[in-house]
Design a protein around this ligand. Sequence first.
Ligand code: IMP
Ligand code: MG
Length: 366
Amino acid sequence: MVKLNDKFFEPFIPYSAIQKRITEIAREINQAYKGKTPILVGVLNGSILFFSDLLKEITISCEVEFIRLSSYEGTSTTGDVKQVMGLKKDLANRDVIIIEDIVDTGITLENLTHTLSKESPKSLAIATLLFKPNAYQKTIEINYVGFEVGNEFLVGYGLDYDEIGRNLKDIYVIKEYNMINLILFGPPGAGKGTQSDLIKDKFDLVHLSTGDMFRFHLKNETELGKLAKGYMDKGELVPDQVVIDMIDAKLEEEKDAKGFIFDGFPRTTEQAVALDKLLADKNWEITHMLSLEVDEDELVKRLLLRGKDSGRKDDQDESIIRNRMSVYNEQTAPLIDFYKKQGKHQAIEGVGSIEDISGKIAEALS
Ligand code: IMP
Ligand code: MG
């Protein structure tokens, strides 16, 4: 994946496939224009790479010429085509082939063919590497098409996004979606894990549970696991930097995700500040902070019950559970205000059937 200014693009047509297709188009042109000397008119700037790669495969005699037009700003056409740089060559009575990078609405192409027709060429053909048939509004026939593509915005191999990205060897497609980055918040036993499992499938999100990650490291006796064990067994928080580094690595690993559920993280204001920064570095942000509200006696009951089945040490001893509750109240609960200030917090009643609660969460997210 590449990032150009504020947008992300993912691989779409690899250079090798482009080359293969260009060879085929060149073969057709070589055959159709055998014994003639066509003038290839490249449309600047976008067609530079297509033009030069195609030219290398043209084996018949030919001449080259360039014309420069512009009609795009950002990722949508302005519809207002300006001819910036005119022709030097006399096209009268010549076979002309327009070489375009991409035909979208066809407004540019229509303007171009109109302008070139005035020069009275003997024939006028059009070759474009890319064609967007669903966006095309015109009827002019396009003689050579490299690839038919959808309406998504493309960059690379000569195509630009606000003038950058032309030098990319492959063609890339824009990645557009509304990310959901949810902090599922609440005291131990509130149902964060249970709800995360339901919500992650529904919204195609990656579930990041710091508790599960640490338990994984503990089980596999990694360095990180050994470090975390002492804290977790006592019901205390693992130091911020350790957790932040672990989350950072996970975010980097899941760069293509549609979004994340943060479960059990952040747990302190320092972690929340660090998380905002980690996300901002990737042009992401927290979109929702939903806190599950359950009263403490109910929580203790749930945890003791869970401790019986799961064997989790920290769920088996009421004094450890009570310690986790007071750590939560002192260090973690203040995060509600942190996210309230950002306008992202919403409270969810965490008592009732699992389905009812997940219904309320889904509603808050959509
Ligand atoms: P049209 O006039 O709508 O056919 O647009 C033609 C011009 O728009 C092309 O020559 C490109 O410069 C630009 N364009 C259209 N689609 C894309 C795209 O997906 N990526 C980059 N530029 C594009
Ligand atoms: Mg162009």
